[in-house]
Design a protein around this ligand. Structure first.
Ligand code: FES
Length: 83
């Protein structure tokens, strides 16, 4: 599964680097390095919803902030791997 985080300037200001770092540690802590890959994307024009995160195979845009990264991981990433 590839999770893509926008690293455009608006999302960067909202903490995209922090979102990436937190996701990376959550993935490692859960031993999921071989199952979840993180990728970066440039601005896709949804800056108002930043930090914009998308999951491969899913058209939805997730709006994730550093403080909601763990919730996003629990609610959107873990269940997909279990299913
Ligand atoms: S900078 Fe992320 S959507 Fe514009």
């Amino acid at each position: 599964m590839t999770v893509t985080i926008c690293i455009g300037s608006s999302c960067h200001l909202k903490g995209s680097r922090d979102v990436v770092a937190r996701l990376q540690s959550l993935i490692s802590e859960n031993g999921l390095d071989s199952q979840v890959q993180l990728s970066g994307s440039f601005c896709n024009g949804r800056c108002d919803q930043g930090v914009v995160v998308t999951i491969e195979g899913d058209d939805q845009i997730y709006s994730v902030l550093p403080e909601t990264t763990e919730m996003f991981f629990q609610n959107e990433i873990l269940p997909r791997l279990a299913g």
